[in-house]
Design a protein around this ligand. Structure first.
Ligand SMILES: Cc1cc2nc3c(=O)[nH]c(=O)nc-3n(C[C@H](O)[C@H](O)[C@H](O)COP(=O)(O)O)c2cc1C
Length: 166
């Protein structure tokens, strides 16, 4: 997978698509944007393996942790092979408070919708580029949060999307 493909995957799934208004590729209740996206790079041209946080407003990748973490991710997900073999795994996490401040107990529902919107975009963009993806929801929350370095309280992993050449 090329860096350009990863760039397009991120931008058209979760990124800003209208610079003037700041609007993103996926809708967000009250524009509270509770979902964070991480790219866990395994095999992407000219990108070192590691966990990167996708900085949406600037469309940049911020290195969180360098190295191959595929085995750790797979172990946290009942040995899921796609997580070992994918070129990149997109990880969607939620910062619940952002949306709860405004929508209280209704926020959880909205946040889970939003992860679904972004995940569907990943399917569409990956397919348009001739790549494959498969939603992965089967993992141990605490173990996966540990891989990503998330505390599971303020921010917690929701959904994984391995993307790769098919
Ligand atoms: C919420 C959700 C969680 C899923 N979790 C997993 C998973 O952990 N492992 C897996 O192999 N597939 C997972 N899938 C993919 C489904 O197994 C797959 O979509 C289904 O078998 C239909 O196949 P298709 O998507 O190729 O049409 C998940 C799908 C959804 C919507």
């Amino acid at each position: 997978m090329s860096l350009d493909e990863l760039s397009r995957l991120l931008q058209y799934s979760a990124g800003v698509t209208d610079r003037r208004t700041g609007s993103r590729a996926a809708p967000s209740a009250g524009a509270t944007y509770p979902i964070e996206t991480y790219a866990v790079v395994n095999n992407v041209e000219s990108v070192r393996a590691g966990i990167y946080h996708y900085l949406v407003p600037s469309h940049e990748l911020d290195l969180v942790r360098e190295g191959h973490v595929q085995r750790e991710m797979s172990n946290a997900a009942l040995g899921e092979r796609m997580l070992l073999e994918a070129n990149v795994v997109l990880v969607l996490s939620a910062v619940y408070k952002r949306t709860e401040r405004r929508y209280r107990e209704r926020a959880k529902r909205y946040i889970h919708f939003e992860a679904g919107h972004i995940a569907q975009n990943v399917y569409l963009v990956a397919t348009a580029m001739g790549l494959g993806t498969c939603a992965v929801g089967a993992f141990y929350d605490e173990d996966m949060n540990n891989v990503l370095g998330l505390d599971g309280q303020e921010e917690s992993v929701l959904y994984l999307l391995p993307v790769g050449e098919i």
